[in-house]
Design a protein. Structure first.
Length: 107
């Protein structure tokens, strides 16, 4: 089975954030490498890339903050649920453990 198909939405968001950080770093490197290039087209391209890069960084920060907030909310909700319903939480954990054990045992 493909590992990408089994990613949770949070893992996919984390991967997207990491991929975007790599793209931003590569674009910054490209801008530095072409700093000495002359010409109107090169200058226009550098300006356009610089603006796009700035916008991408802002969006990346927003997405990263959103992922952190959602993860924090999920942790708080889970903690609250476990405190309010400890035996149900134990039962759910045991059930999940049993299913995982059965699936691993089949391999």
């Amino acid at each position: 089975m493909n590992a990408e198909m089994t990613e949770t939405p949070d893992e996919a968001k984390d991967k997207l954030v990491m991929d975007l950080k790599v793209v931003v770093a590569d674009a910054e490197e490209l801008l530095k490498a072409t700093a000495g290039q002359a010409g109107e087209k090169v200058a226009a391209a550098r300006e356009k890339i610089s603006g796009s890069l700035h916008e991408a960084k802002q969006q990346l920060c927003k997405v990263e903050d959103m992922v952190v907030d959602k993860t924090s909310q999920a942790a708080k909700i889970t903690c609250h649920y476990v405190q309010e319903h400890p035996w149900q939480a134990v039962g759910i954990a045991a059930g999940v453990g049993l299913i995982v054990g059965l699936l691993i045992g089949r391999r």
